[in-house]
Each structure stands twice: as C-alpha cells, then as structure tokens.
Design a protein around this ligand. Structure first.
Ligand code: BES
Ligand code: ZN
Length: 465
C-alpha cells in the first residue's frame, strides 16, 4: 500500500465532512474557513526573503533569454552560480534540437523599388538578381516542360502548400521564389520545415503580384533583386540546470523525489521578468531556503531551457530519465509566471483538470496560510506537461487571467509584485515541506504516492487557459 503524510487536521476534517458533498470549498464562503496554523510552516516562511527573488528577477530580465542565444547561456551560468553559492552541486544538462533562425534582412527590389516583402519561416538565406517568370500555382502540371534556370519564380498562393511550390520551382532551376496572396492582406507563412531543396522565398500582396503578372503578360522583362540575410536552419543546443537536495539522513531516505521547476528562457524581444524570470528566481530562493532543512525526500530544483520553443528542455529531461527514476518522482511543482502585479489570482493547472498530490498539498498549505485553498483547473502550455504525461502528479502555478504584458517587451521588473511573489513562495514552499520534512513518525514508502490517496475534489474550475 502506498502511503503519504497525513493532511492537516483542518483539511482532513473538512474532507471527512465533505466526503458526501463535493465540491467542498466551492460551497462555502471564505469567512467560514477556520485557519489552523502549523508552526512547522514557519521553518520555511521565516527563511523566505522576497527581496532575493525580486533582485534575481531584476538581474535576469536585463535582456531577453531566447533559447540557444548567448543570453540564454548567460542566464544558465547565473543560475548555476546562484545554486553553487547556496552550497549545491550543479549539473548542466545539454540537449540538442533542430532550430531555425529568422532573417535579419528581407528585401525585394523590382526595378529599384522595394515591395517590403515578408519572409517565409524556413526560407534559406540568399542574395539573387534575376528576371521574373510567372508560373501560376507552381504545381507539377503547370511546371511541366519549363526551365526556370537563372529565374525568380513568381507564384500565386493556393492549391498546394507553400513548401511544395518552392521545391517544384527550385527543381526546375529557379534561384528564388516570390509568392503573392490570393486574397487581401499579407502572408505570414511557413514552408513547413527546413529542406535543403528550398531557395530564398518571400511573400508579397495580391495587388503587388497582379501588377507584376500584368507586366509580364505585356511582354515586359521584370528584373528582381531578392535578399534574405541571416536565416539559418540547423542543430541548436540549449541547457537545463539541475541542483539536488538529497535526503538529510541516508537511513531515513524514503526514495521519493519532488521536483520544483521553471523555465529560464524567454521569447524574442521580451525581457521575460514575469515569464519566466519570476519562476526561476523563486526556484532559486526556495533552493536556498531548503538547503539546511531536514528532509527525508529528495528535492530536485530544475530550470529548463527552450520551453518557449515547445517545452523542449522539460521534454528532454523526462525522456532522458529511465523508468525507475521517473517512478521515484512523486510530484512536480512547476512555477511559470508567478509575480505579475497585473495578472489575476493564483491558480494551479493540471493536464487533466483533476486534483493530484501537488494540488492537494498546495490547497492544504494555502488553506493554512490564507484561509482559502488555491483553486485549480485544467491547462497545459508549460513544463509540467511532460511530467503529467509521464503519469507524475504535476501542476503549473500561474496567475490567471494573464497580464497584458505577456510575451511583450513590457514584461519588465516594474510590473512585478513582491506580495504575489511572497504568497506563491509561501504556498509552494510549505506544501513541499509538508511532504518532505523529517518529523513524520510514519516513514513514507519508497513509491510514488498513489492516485487513490487523492482526496475528494475541493474546488474545480472548468478551464483557466
Ligand atoms: N508562460 C507561458 C505559460 C502559459 C500557460 C501561458 C498558460 C498562458 C497560459 C509559457 O511560457 C508559454 O508561453 N507557453 C506557450 C506554449 C509552449 C508550448 C510553447 C504558449 O502558451 O503559447
Ligand atoms: Zn513561460
């Protein structure tokens, strides 16, 4: 039988009383919750220094930290240095992925006039001067028997994917491709994925394309100069930073691991003070807080790279672990956007919207601290997802609704609230300590906490994404 620590008396009582009437807290106004303090929470709370969190956010948000850039690597070094200054050994886990860098220069001159084109994602770089040839939709039928050697193909949008048009034209010898829209507006398109057969490809509007087609139909020669500079596709590397607090006493090691995670990368152009210097600085501060607290559970602090490109760091971390190591992880607390002054209230997102050990411990701690259990709902979009998909109880801590600065250059330190940081750090820190601390007379079993131990659902919100 898998076991875990008892819940606080208040929570256990309300669960017992509420067993037949779910959801328990949804039915009761806040004022009716009796706050039963647990003095052991103060072991964590008294050590949290919110100024440390704030100052680390301030440091990290000086530049965007886009995956695989020198700025992301500088953040990795900073995080490593911080962990080491608290006395941790640090592992930097490198991983590779196939990435694409967008061009810094995109231009198309026709007879000396710029058409302000847009680049397709995955276009290669190139600088070509050649006459235009109109090839319709650039389907294999339309290109049958054509020789586009030394030409830039002018192509209309529609019928087949952009990438296929480019390959069809390039295989007939085209040195560049211009695709014009078949409706009003610009094309913000992708060629679908990198391909060695591609040639430089940009888009123009329908009006611009029609104008060029009529010139060509009138028998004019149209000379074009197409420039795409700085684009490249290829292997990139990014890094996860891992620091572990092993159980204090080898004889009381229950074999279980709690992971406390965040991502340290940001999107281009965004300093990412809240997304996600906030979660990263909180992971660091809680690592400092826990360093000398006696625990019988391993607490593993991890910051992930390349989350913004599709959870790449956390997917790599989970995929890389053998099953018996995954089986030891009882919980993943993932902090992502935990300090915005302009966002809503705290919510925990699980991948299935169901409660689990993480939401249970955190509802118990928030109830003890604030008299209100933190709400939870269903949601993905962050590094708890690979853990959840591996069957590990996992939740994202985030404020909802999001602030307007999300993924913008305005995601800066002046929007960070120390009160929000303090609140989340206390709830998460005491939730983890409640499970990991050393005072329980009943040793925890060296197995993942059973899903059957999950209490009655206390509060449910359909979706908070
Ligand atoms: N910090 C956000 C997480 C998030 C969660 C935003 C829920 C909004 C709602 C995260 O860094 C992010 O931006 N995630 C991406 C998806 C990811 C898989 C690339 C997103 O939500 O667009
Ligand atoms: Zn984020």
């Amino acid at each position: 039988m898998k076991t875990k620590k008892l819940l606080s008396i208040t929570l256990a009582t309300s669960l017992a009383l509420g067993a037949l009437s779910v959801p328990v807290f949804a039915q009761q106004p806040a004022a009716q919750h009796e706050i039963v303090k647990n003095p052991l929470d103060n072991k964590v709370i008294n050590k949290i220094n919110v100024d440390n969190i704030y100052n680390m956010i301030d440091y990290l948000q000086q530049t965007p930290r886009v995956a695989s850039t020198p700025e992301e690597f500088a953040a990795v070094q900073y995080i490593k240095d911080q962990f080491e200054s608290y006395g941790y050994d640090v592992e930097i886990q490198e991983f590779e992925y196939f990435g694409y860098t967008t061009p810094h220069t995109v231009d198309l001159l026709i007879d000396g006039t710029s058409l302000s084109p847009l680049a397709f994602t995955y276009t290669p770089s190139g600088d070509v001067q050649a006459p235009l040839e109109y090839v319709g939709l650039a389907t294999p039928d339309e290109l049958e028997g054509k020789d586009l050697s030394g030409k830039i193909a002018l192509v209309q949008r529609g019928s087949i994917p952009f990438g296929e048009k480019v390959i069809n034209a390039a295989e007939k010898g085209a040195v560049g491709v211009i695709i014009f829209n078949n409706a009003a507006g610009t094309i913000n398109g992708t060629l679908g994925g990198a391909d060695d057969r591609f040639v430089p490809t940009v888009s123009i509007t329908q009006a611009q394309g029609n104008n060029l087609v009529s010139k060509l139909n009138n028998g004019e020669t149209v000379q074009a100069s197409l420039k795409v500079l700085g684009a490249s596709a290829g292997l990139r590397s990014s890094h996860n930073v891992i620091a572990s607090k092993l159980p204090t006493n080898k004889n009381r090691d229950n074999g279980n691991v709690i992971t406390l995670t965040s991502h340290h990368d940001s999107v281009p152009g965004a300093p990412g003070a809240n997304d996600n210097a906030s979660g990263t600085a909180m992971v660091l501060e809680l690592a400092r807080v826990f360093k000398n607290l006696p625990t019988d559970t391993e607490i593993r602090f991890i910051t992930f790279g390349a989350e913004e490109l599709g959870l790449l760091g956390s997917r790599h971390y989970v995929r890389d672990l053998p099953q018996e190591e995954l089986d030891r992880i009882v919980a993943n607390f993932n902090l992502d956007m935990v300090g915005s002054r302009d966002a809503g209230s705290l919510v925990m997102n699980t991948i299935d919207g169901q409660p689990n050990l993480v939401t249970e411990l955190s509802q118990a701690s928030s109830l003890r601290l604030n008299g209100e259990p933190t709400r939870f709902g269903r949601g993905g979009s962050s590094d708890h997802v690979p853990f959840g998909e591996a069957g590990i109880p996992a939740a994202l801590f985030i404020h909802s609704p999001l602030e307007p600065w999300y993924h913008t250059p305005q995601d800066t330190i002046d929007k960070i609230s120390k009160e929000k940081l303090q609140d989340v750090a206390e709830i998460v820190g005491t939730a983890i300590y409640d499970y990991a601390r050393f005072d329980n007379q009943t040793p925890k079993q060296p197995q993942r906490a059973s899903k059957q131990n999950v209490p009655q659902q206390m509060y449910f919100e359909e979706s908070v994404e």
